[in-house]
Design a protein around this ligand. Structure first.
Ligand SMILES: NC(=O)c1ccc[n+]([C@@H]2O[C@H](COP(=O)([O-])OP(=O)(O)OC[C@H]3O[C@@H](n4cnc5c(N)ncnc54)[C@H](O)[C@@H]3O)[C@@H](O)[C@H]2O)c1
Length: 469
């Protein structure tokens, strides 16, 4: 063990952990680690969020999260505070899980990460392992190290006692959870990436994750820069698969092919696989759009032109306008007086996250063209209300059925399970026209035609007498 950290570890059996940033990543990972027996202190600057958590109100929707948080809070393994000093004193392990949103130029904005680094350095009086769980560009661990060092140096110049209490190391431990199955992903991770050059930090991280590493070896240790890049590489690969399929869908509909048949045809090749090759109205969420963009900016900064990543971004941008394109093909550009029922607002099912959601691009285009929207989502209504406030052009409806009433068409933006087998007769009765624009290819076009619907979906055609329409 390196002497730097020697006196810190293994004095106590239980690990004490602090998380900064109690969002989709911080809250879930903190609750899962507490549930495994560790003691976790959660720090956020959002007073309202912390108050809610203390009152048993979970500020985000994630299956299984509510009980996990409440059980561990009641048993005292999970605590919530806005007092950063308390957080710094609490944990040997200091996890940074704050947001890294795009800066004005698209690169990852590190101000929240560096603010936490500053906070830790300001209050630490014992040795710490600082762990970057936020998605951060290559080189961020160096920036965090430099920030902590500079603050410690300032403190030392005022307080000579500090000289013996300033050992720290920075580890990269990117997160791979998926919103919608975040709890299960953290409980059974497919990999645990640890980027470090410190043997003792590695040992501590192994101890931390031991409860999740029993079935087979999931821990992959590497240098810090490779760990930082691994996260971007993973998200960019997944985004590439989606944009590739959307590109194929756009080709399919122009040449009279059915992208769903093509999807089955290629997915059966194990080198390709069935996962993540669904065509649709574009990817959204807090990760893919910003991470692809951030890696493009990184490549630009190092003088390398990433043609693939730029194309992935451009295809997705265009794909998000696809539903509006079909709608204006059908109705014309001026939609004044038209009403659209929208099913699904969240960027994907099983979450209430609306960040970069395709539904937002569609709604904003519809409003711009003079239309109004009646929308329903099983979980994202409150978030939609928060984003758009009181808006005469947007009615948030209590059920998927009520959203249909007297609308000119139904538009599907998110493939929630509850939309899979709707009452088509009711849809027809409630809508003014038997017309569906489906951004997630939920139904069979031939069946929809039989049922009397005009049905637009992504990359598919209805075969008629051997030809196509
Ligand atoms: N959401 C995902 O699915 C996901 C998956 C993997 C990785 N990530 C990455 O994890 C990071 C966090 O993402 P998220 O979706 O959880 O973000 P989020 O926006 O849900 O939560 C971030 C939280 O950090 C808090 N915060 C900001 N500054 C703070 C400070 N100085 N001290 C304490 N708290 C502070 C905010 O109030 C907020 O509650 C990002 O880098 C993201 O790219 C996200």
């Amino acid at each position: 063990m390196d002497s730097l950290l020697e006196n810190l570890f293994f004095k106590e059996k239980k690990l004490k952990i602090t998380f900064y940033g109690i969002g989709y990543v911080g809250l879930v990972q903190a609750a899962v680690l507490a549930d495994a027996g560790h003691e976790v202190c959660c720090v956020d600057i959002d007073q309202d969020k912390i108050d809610k958590l203390k009152d048993g109100i979970i500020p985000i929707y994630e299956p299984g999260l509510s009980n996990l948080v409440q059980d561990n809070y009641n048993q005292g393994r999970l605590t919530f505070t806005t007092d950063a000093k308390q957080g710094v004193e609490f944990g040997q392990l200091q996890f940074i899980a704050v947001g890294t949103p795009p800066d004005e130029d698209g690169s990852a904005d590190l101000k929240y990460v560096l603010k936490v680094a500053e906070t830790i350095a300001t209050y630490m009086t014992t040795n710490k392992v600082i762990i970057n769980k936020s998605t951060v560009p290559v080189g961020t661990a160096d920036k965090v190290t430099a920030k902590v060092k500079s603050i410690l140096a300032q403190r030392k110049s005022h307080d000579s006692l500090l000289a013996t209490h300033d050992s720290f190391t920075v580890v990269s431990n990117p997160e791979f959870l998926k919103e919608g199955s975040a709890v299960a992903d953290c409980q059974k991770p497919d990999r645990i990436i640890i980027g470090t050059d410190s043997a003792s930090a590695e040992e501590l991280m192994r101890e931390l994750y031991a409860p999740f590493n029993r079935n087979h070896e999931k821990i992959i240790v590497m240098d810090i820069r490779s760990a930082e890049l691994t996260k971007y590489a993973a998200n960019c690969m997944l985004a590439t698969k989606i944009s590739f399929m959307n590109e194929m869908a756009n080709i399919a509909e122009r040449v009279g092919a059915d992208i769903e048949a093509v999807r089955h045809g290629i997915g059966s090749d194990p080198r390709i696989g069935y996962q993540f090759i669904y065509p649709g109205c574009g990817y959204g969420g807090s990760c893919f759009p910003k991470d692809v963009q951030a890696l493009v900016r990184t490549t630009e900064a190092i003088g390398y032109e990433s043609e693939i990543l730029k194309a992935v971004e451009a295809v997705n941008y265009r794909q998000k306008t696809k539903l509006f394109e079909y709608i204006s093909q059908h109705f014309g550009e001026n939609l004044k007086g038209k009403v659209f029922a929208i099913w699904g607002l969240a960027f994907k099912p099983n979450t209430d996250d609306m960040r970069e959601a395709p539904s937002r691009v569609l709604m904003e285009a519809l409003w711009e063209a003079g239309a109004t929207v009646q929308a329903y989502d099983p979980e994202a209504m409150e978030e939609t209300q928060r984003i758009y406030g009181v808006n005469g052009d947007l009615a948030l409806m209590g059920t998927k059925e009520s959203a249909l009433k007297n609308a000119d068409a139904l538009v599907i933006c998110t493939e929630w399970k509850s939309f899979r087998a709707p009452d088509f007769d009711l849809i027809k009765t409630e809508l003014k026209n038997a017309l569906i624009f489906d951004g997630r290819n939920m139904f069979d076009p031939a069946r929809m035609q039989e049922k009397g619907f005009k049905y637009y979906s992504i990359g598919r055609v209805v075969k008629t007498n051997g030809g196509y329409q």
